[in-house]
Design a binder for this molecule. Sequence first.
Ligand code: SF4
Length: 242
Amino acid sequence: MPNTVKTRYSPAVLEGIAAGERVVLRLTLARGDLSAVSDAAATALARAEELMAVAREREPPIRPIACKKGCSACCVAKVLVSPAEAVRIAEYIKKKLSAAELNALIKSVEDARARSHGLTRKERIQKAIACPLLDSDGGCLVHEVRPIICAGWNSIDKAGCDAHFIEHTADMPPEMHPQSNEVALAVLGGLIGAAIDRKLDTRPLELHAALQIALGDEHCGERWRRGESVFEAAIDREVSPY
Ligand code: SF4
């Protein structure tokens, strides 16, 4: 059953959040330095986390958030990222891992990409292709810089997560705290809007494919900021057929 809570996070409020973030992030993307793209993604994730915390405090979930470190049930879902996020995640991975670890991860990303290419959201879940960014403890290797979609996703129903993502006995995803998810998506909308204002390609990217590109091209952020469609091969055609 979906939540039907009365909320202050009306469509108008969410649009206002997106519009405010768009103005700030447009200025960041307009900077001439090499960090502008990843800084925009960093600002957006930090803002999303801040607003999610506020939403949970102001309008607490009807049951506790079930998500915990080590639970990775939902990390078989298709994740979409904006180009700026893909650039930042790849930069973080390259700084964090040794050369051997990076090579192993690139192979895992390529494998996940090959296995998941062209699959719908539903098919992805049924094939249970784990995100290559999961670490051996079931944590997220890139938690500090994770996609806003991942940050905003939550569940207040662990059994529902298992039924949907693992056992495939439930078509519907588990019940969530919608307010925190929606404010995160509003901030992501602001990040995308800022890139549109800069006349950049903002079509949504599939995470594995975007990482494959960003890990293989250290200049992809700068090229994207100059207007090149460097992520063309990673555009998710289920969401963006053009
Ligand atoms: S990026 Fe992290 S949180 Fe998102 S699906 Fe992958 S492992 Fe899970």
